[in-house]
Design a protein around this ligand. Structure first.
Ligand code: NAD
Length: 368
């Protein structure tokens, strides 16, 4: 009897534990069902960073990434556990290179709620048709023109304009940098006219094709396209830009001169810039004299890939004379747009209505 009662109790325990297990599995499945499914088209400089950032959030997940050729990046995507999708005609080449393929690019599009398109600039049209046919949402990057989507995105300046839309575009690294500071300076002091020189890195660190490597190359088509790109989000601002390419891979630097609507003090401007989301003030007096020390700081902060997601402004380089404001800022081109992509997903997929809450959530998950 005792033995029987024992085995009945054991059965109860077994069933109770099994119920708990199935309940837990059901909860986990529901949570997973509730997560937005994100596909990354183009697993390069921007694509791989967006994938990492999506993985760090609790309200979205990666359903796949795409590569066109069986490179080390494709192998690394598989190593990291991402389902890898490739153009149908290239599946054999990937398999011959020993790389496991989950399906075609079209298969990934069908599995996703939203695609973050990180393909190189100017291949968007071919994919826009595919996304439209599949009824999937898509975000493009700054290599594409505003006219592709008619809506551009920056979390600080216009989060709500992408609310629930099918297509949007996260503006370029330089435009993101300018919006992060100028939007709040304009809101507080009214920018009557801004003039910016962009000192641009000539290539990304993993790029051995582009240059110059021993020259300074001015953009002679003036004013450059950066001003109109800022105006795609702040159409009311008067801004003109020039640009030169220099032999560095780390960051861009902007010199900004802005005529303000009234006379303000340098201290007042410093306070506004210090409170701009995703802007970090540094001091040259602390030894941060160049982009080299900024990127060293990012590595020391333990950032993923040593990235500096914030726009970095030299506090001791902010100066107001009369109603003219001068400052310098540095942009880590590979990474400043990454948190913007996460917030853009949240706005387009209606996950969080409040831009401040979305930015805080993204920042916390990414260690910003
Ligand atoms: P990248 O060259 O590093 O990566 C592009 C990826 O797309 C590669 O993996 C490539 O294999 C893949 N690809 C190429 N052709 C393709 C096609 N037809 N279909 C699908 N995939 C294809 O480029 P990136 O620097 O990551 O730039 C991506 C986008 O982000 C561009 O619009 C660019 O202007 C923008 N952007 C780049 C930077 C930067 O500094 N790297 C900064 C901000 C925005």
């Amino acid at each position: 009897m005792g033995k029987d009662r024992g085995s009945t109790e054991n059965s109860y325990v077994f069933f109770a534990q099994a119920h708990k297990y199935y309940f837990l599995v059901a909860v986990l499945e529901t949570v997973s069902l509730m997560k937005v499914k994100v596909g990354i088209n183009g697993y390069g400089t921007i694509g791989k960073r967006v994938a990492t950032a999506v993985n760090q959030q609790d309200d979205m997940e990666i359903v796949g990434v795409t590569k066109t050729r069986p490179t080390y990046e494709a192998k690394d995507a598989v190593r990291q556990g991402y389902p890898l999708y490739v153009p149908k005609e290239n599946i054999e080449a990937f398999e011959a290179a020993g790389i496991k393929v989950a399906g075609s690019v079209e298969d990934m599009i069908a599995a996703a709620d939203i695609i973050v398109d990180c393909t190189p600039g100017k291949v968007a049209e071919e994919y826009k048709k595919k996304y439209a046919e599949a009824g999937v949402k898509a975000i493009w990057q700054g290599g594409e023109d505003h006219s592709l989507t008619g809506i551009s995105f920056n979390a600080t300046a216009n989060y709500k304009e992408s609310w629930g839309v099918q297509f949007s575009r996260v503006v370029s690294c330089n435009t993101t940098g300018l919006l992060r500071t100028l939007y709040n300076i304009d809101k507080n002091f009214k920018v009557k006219n801004a003039f910016v020189t962009l000192i641009r890195r000539s290539a990304d660190p993993n790029d051995s094709k582009n240059g110059p490597i021993n020259a300074i190359e001015p953009s002679v088509k003036l004013p450059t396209h950066h001003g109109p790109d800022v105006q795609s989000i702040m159409p009311w601002i008067s801004i003109n830009t020039m640009a030169v390419k220099v032999p560095t891979t780390l960051m861009h630097v902007h010199t900004v001169v802005a005529e303000l609507g009234s006379e303000v003090t340098t201290e007042q401007v410093k306070e506004v810039i210090a409170n701009c989301p995703r802007v970090r003030l540094v001091k040259s007096k602390d030894g941060i004299k160049s982009t080299a020390q900024i990127m060293d700081l990012a590595r020391e902060l333990g950032r993923s890939r040593g990235d500096m997601f914030e726009i970095v402004v030299w506090e001791d380089g902010i100066k107001v004379v009369g109603n003219t404001l001068y400052y310098y800022q540095a942009v880590n081109q590979e990474s400043d747009v990454i948190p913007e992509n996460i917030d853009c997903i949240r706005s387009m997929c209606k996950l969080e209505e409040d831009p401040v809450k979305s930015m805080e959530k993204t920042n916390k998950a990414m260690g910003i």
